[in-house]
Design a protein around this ligand. Sequence first.
Ligand SMILES: [Zn+2]
Length: 460
Amino acid sequence: MVLLLGAVYPTAAQGGDTTIHVVQRGDTLFHIAQEYGTTVEAITTANGIDDPRYLAVGQRLLIPGAQINAPGTPFTYTVQPGDSLAAITQAYQTTADSLSSANYITNPAQLYIGQQLTIKQGASDTGNTFAPPIRTLHHVRPDENPFRIALQYGVTLNQLRQANPLEFPFIVFPGQRLWIPGSKDAIPTRFNDLPLPLTSYTLTPGTGVQGQTLAIHITTTGPAQLSGTFMGYPLQFITQETNHHSALTGIHAFAQGGVHPMTLTVTEPDGTETPFTLRVLVADGGYGAENISLTTEKQDLLNTDVTEPEWQKFATVMSTFTDQRYFDGVMGLPSTGPVTSVFGTRRNYNGGVLDTFHSGTDFGSAPDSPILAPAAGIVMLVENLPVRGNLTIIDHGWGVCTAYFHQNDFRVAVGDVVVPGQVIGTVGSTGRSTGPHLHWEMWVNGVQVDPMQWVQQKFP
Ligand SMILES: [Zn+2]
């Protein structure tokens, strides 16, 4: 991760043994320490950091004893968004041949995010003398021409042409974006092959997992709109500050594992469209299986004449998308009771086939104990349904909705604005339930996902 998300300056060639890491968006001290084979304590001590939780993007960190300066030592590198084989070989002073043979790569275009590569650093002839990958993005002004820009940054016209790439003879036009290679005034940027106007993207978490939420955050050089599709679901991007674009998507619990394309299109204000595709690894969720026994009386509730209309109504409300974001930070738990059943467990009813899964998290709470809003939102539905019993649905914005099944009592009404921790109802056993408990369910972008991920991690 380090050399690509954060430009690194191994100064061994100049006689020192110091490595500097430039903090990138999304970096944590823990991950930085892990990447360099050092400890959080060593970094905080070397940099006089009091509170390791706060790192500023662009902040330069001294990495003591970074293993990155040991040429020839093989290590494992995890492929990051935007990486290419060319970028990795250059950054680690190795060769495509060395990398390909060590990792059985036959087609470099087939790298995927999350892929583990064995890299033998320093395999190329250039040894430790390589130039750090630095480049600057320059916005062409009306009074500029190629000569003037090259002069300003101390580069040649040929270097300018190769960095972009442009064909000779080339002209520049106002508003055009040019990469300036190796400028000494350069601000380190992501070293990647993203087509302009894309400047970076981040996936949270780094790879997709069955039944989990995946957030994508993209930055562009200027105003733009993003659209895209992942695993059959359209992505709904929210743009902030004109060039920061975020989308949340849910990965179905039964989704096929492996590498899936995320197809995206950037549309600029003048109508220019730039398509690009990310290859995203979707990992197995590792969910178990169980059988559920229902009494004869409640078996009627498995009748599709009952379940289907209810499902349609439920799914429609849970697929609500609101531009406004109400959630903020990690979510709270909706109940103080113990978790009695986790999300994703493959299920059958009375010995049938394992064609369903547990679509939420169950809390074994006492009857009439309070149900708490885990995050802010707007109440979308308060209703008694045959299968889900007394049900409340909250819209948290940006395509995130949560539901609370089998309640005894309601404490909110449709249209209410709820705050985190507010009591929205009480635990019961109404509907298709085998005893008092709360079933907490979450949908993201129209897909059922594990709500507990949101208790541990913040999005986007
Ligand atoms: Zn449940």
